[in-house]
Design a binder for this molecule. Structure first.
Ligand SMILES: Cc1cc2nc3c(=O)[nH]c(=O)nc-3n(C[C@H](O)[C@H](O)[C@H](O)COP(=O)(O)O)c2cc1C
Length: 256
């Protein structure tokens, strides 16, 4: 019996898409999910997983680390079976995000049989005029994720269960920078409320404005807005996005 638990946070859906492709390749008899994205679904206590279940620890990269709400939740998963660590980043770099996930899984009792860094459309794409890793993960990324799932099952079946450490540095780099600014809401806003529904940190008030003290700049509001009314025009963010849009295309990196 192959059981798989997908544990992730995914504000704009890239991480979710990658882990679902991996799950397809893994071919589990039973797949369960802990989707921590919604603020209504945050575990307050530790979650214990049985040893027959392989856990996928997954989250997006924010400033070279795993996004903090994602990390807080993933740290709650404890067990003594196998784990796979996945980070998804916006085509710049994943820095110390994957090793942070790996260390968490090890600290929580798991045996890490594989790690992968995949690429997703950059969150800034949804709140600026720049396209950064547009439409990633693409078909090729998803084939790689699916094959990765297949290779990991083979490894487990062969009894090859050594811990595989990914790239990354300890101590980890410092997380969020001063770039954090909440998107503005333009007058063209039609007050449909979709942004309120998808915000993973309840940062949007009933006037459809983002609270800068809560906003994590994840771009979820911009992605669902039917009239592109959520925008960031702060110069440092525009300059950063412009630069990011010029980087060469990265490919998924696997550690297995
Ligand atoms: C505040 C912030 C910081 C980010 N930092 C990085 C980074 O350091 N490197 C990178 O390549 N992508 C970075 N990204 C892009 C996200 O990792 C990327 O958009 C990812 O696909 C989001 O995953 P999701 O769709 O599952 O939420 C950042 C995004 C945000 C909002």
């Amino acid at each position: 019996m192959k059981k798989l638990l997908l544990a992730y946070f995914s504000a704009t859906g890239a991480t979710k898409t990658v882990v679902e492709a991996l799950a397809k390749g893994f071919g589990a008899n039973e797949i369960s999910k802990l989707d921590f994205t919604s603020p209504d679904f945050r575990a307050q206590e530790d979650i214990l997983v049985d040893e027959d279940t392989t856990v996928v620890f997954a989250g997006p990269v924010f400033a070279g680390r795993i996004q903090t709400d994602a990390m807080d939740q993933l740290k709650r998963i404890k067990g003594n079976g196998n784990a796979i660590c996945i980070c998804v980043y916006g085509n710049r770099d994943f820095d110390d995000a994957l090793i942070e996930l790996y260390d968490t899984a090890i600290d929580n009792g798991f045996n890490v049989v594989g790690n992968g860094a995949f690429i997703g459309e950059h969150s800034f794409t949804h709140i600026t005029d720049f396209n950064i890793a547009k439409n990633r993960p693409d078909a090729n990324d998803l084939t790689i994720a699916e094959n990765f799932g297949r290779d990991i099952v083979k490894k487990i079946v062969d009894g090859n269960l050594s811990n595989i450490e990914p790239k990354g540095n300890r101590p980890y780099k410092d997380g969020m920078s001063s770039l954090l600014v909440a998107p503005d809401t333009l007058d063209t806003c039609i007050k449909c409320g979709k942004c309120i529904t998808v915000c993973p940190v309840n940062a949007i008030n009933t006037e459809f404005k983002c609270n800068p003290d809560l906003c994590i700049l994840c771009g979820a509001c911009g992605k669902v807005c039917p009239v592109n009314a959520k925008v960031c025009t702060v110069e440092p963010l525009i300059q950063k996005s412009k630069l990011l849009s010029t980087l060469e295309k990265r490919v998924p990196k696997l550690f297995i």
